[in-house]
Design a protein around this ligand. Structure first.
Ligand SMILES: NC(=O)c1ccc[n+]([C@@H]2O[C@H](COP(=O)([O-])OP(=O)(O)OC[C@H]3O[C@@H](n4cnc5c(N)ncnc54)[C@H](OP(=O)(O)O)[C@@H]3O)[C@@H](O)[C@H]2O)c1
Length: 222
């Protein structure tokens, strides 16, 4: 089953493309510039050295068309709505996975939520009820994804108003070797998206001896 990653040329899109392809899932990596998409895809395939499935680089519209069912949106928040408007027609019958975090323009340690409540809810409002929008993968670091000999150090919280679509996206995320949790309706994205700037704050804090923090659902010790 081919998935598409829109804005797949950025660090997060590239990391996801590598991880999904290595897990055997063909990836259509989208860019506004199909040539750039093809160049980046070639570099990523070289890194994978034949392990797993192929990554094909094309323009964003062609990537959406190649996706069997799941299209991941991996652009900056400033490009969220304009990109969705551009690909909306091709999304009929597919699931949009929104990984976008509405970071503040001037400070990545803060969020600046849209009037709908979250990027996930803004996407659902823009696309309408016939295209299910699922929020996921907001709290996974691009550095972790791109460092292929590291395990992904966190769990994935998945939310959205369509339960069937949510379960499909959880199943897809689990192929990355993570545990996904059903985090409920799209409104939960208000909390999930807002965790990322806190992780960024912790990452750059001199108070902790690590970076690329993630979130983990963990049993408390008794
Ligand atoms: N980086 C992380 O660690 C991380 C972690 C969790 C979540 N996220 C979320 O994942 C998303 C992608 O992150 P990123 O760091 O990969 O982002 P990025 O590098 O800023 O952008 C990703 C891609 O989006 C496209 N893009 C950039 N500006 C655009 C514009 N004005 N209009 C349309 N497309 C544009 C570009 O692709 P083309 O030029 O090829 O079209 C770019 O390569 C963000 O929403 C971020 O919040 C990131």
């Amino acid at each position: 089953m081919t998935i598409a990653i829109i804005g797949g040329t950025g660090p997060q899109g590239q990391g996801l493309a590598l991880r999904f392809a290595r897990a055997g899932i063909p990836v259509a990596l989208g860019s506004r510039d199909g040539v750039r998409g093809a160049e980046i895809a070639a570099e990523l395939n070289q890194r994978l050295a034949g392990a797993g499935a192929q990554i094909v680089g094309v323009n964003n519209d062609a990537a959406v068309a190649k996706a069997d069912e799941i299209v991941i949106l991996a652009v900056p928040f400033s490009a969220h709505n304009v990109t969705l408007e551009a690909i909306k027609a091709g999304l009929k019958g597919k699931i949009l996975v929104d990984i976008v975090v509405p970071l503040s323009a001037n400070d990545p340690k803060l969020v600046s939520m849209p009037p709908e409540g979250s990027a996930t809810e803004a996407a659902q409002a823009l696309l309408g009820p016939e295209i299910p929008v699922i929020g996921a993968l907001h709290n996974v670091s691009a550095t972790t994804l791109n460092t292929l000999d590291w395990d992904i150090n966190c769990d994935v919280l998945v939310c959205g108003d369509d339960l069937t679509a949510r379960m499909k996206v959880m199943e897809l995320c689990n192929k990355l070797g993570v545990t996904s949790y059903n985090a409920g309706p799209a409104q939960s994205a208000r909390c999930i998206e807002a965790i990322t700037p806190i992780l960024i704050r912790i990452n750059i804090s001199k108070a902790v001896p690590f970076s690329h923090a993630g979130i983990k659902i963990w049993a408390p010790s008794h």
